[in-house]
Design a protein around this ligand. Structure first.
Ligand code: HEC
Length: 120
């Protein structure tokens, strides 16, 4: 019973923290994504790019959680603007990433915007 209560509290907290975040999120788990309404018109093409290119090897959940928490979910490294750039390059260099430098740059600009929105 105690364990169940702890679990319930943890779940409530995680839902609460998602609800509190500035950047709106839709879906959960593998379906998690940034809500389209949080993406300004000028960033839509970059958002399309992000959704097309960054889901080849993992789901959007990884990127969403990194932006939301300010921490990269796998390594636990801080996920700030400097890190976004480094990750962009890291993902670009991965074999079969199928991304150009220009596409990465657009995605980095978008992620920086989302980071700003989330910490405002
Ligand atoms: C070619 C496969 C591939 C593509 C394409 C890819 N990723 Fe990844 N991504 C990985 C792998 C593998 C990891 C696991 C950790 C690592 O190798 O850095 C990862 C990890 C991550 C992490 C967590 C990093 C950490 O240190 O916790 C983030 C955030 C991320 N990716 C975002 C992105 C974004 C944004 C894009 C699109 C620009 C993208 N990924 C495209 C393979 C890919």
């Amino acid at each position: 019973m105690k364990r169940f209560v702890t679990l319930a509290v943890l779940m409530a907290l995680s839902i609460y923290s998602i609800a509190e975040a500035r950047v709106k999120i839709s879906g959960r788990g593998a379906k998690m994504n940034f809500s389209p309404e949080t993406i300004p018109e000028m960033y839509k093409p970059s958002f399309d790019l992000l959704q097309a290119k960054c889901v080849k090897c993992h789901t959007m959940e990884r990127t969403v959680i990194a932006v939301q928490t300010g921490r990269a979910p796998i390594t636990g490294q801080p996920f700030n603007k400097q890190a976004v750039k480094a990750y962009g390059i890291k993902m670009l260099r991965k074999p079969n990433s199928d991304m150009s430098k220009k596409e990465i740059r657009d995605i980095v600009v978008l992620l920086n915007y989302l980071l700003d929105e989330n910490t405002r």
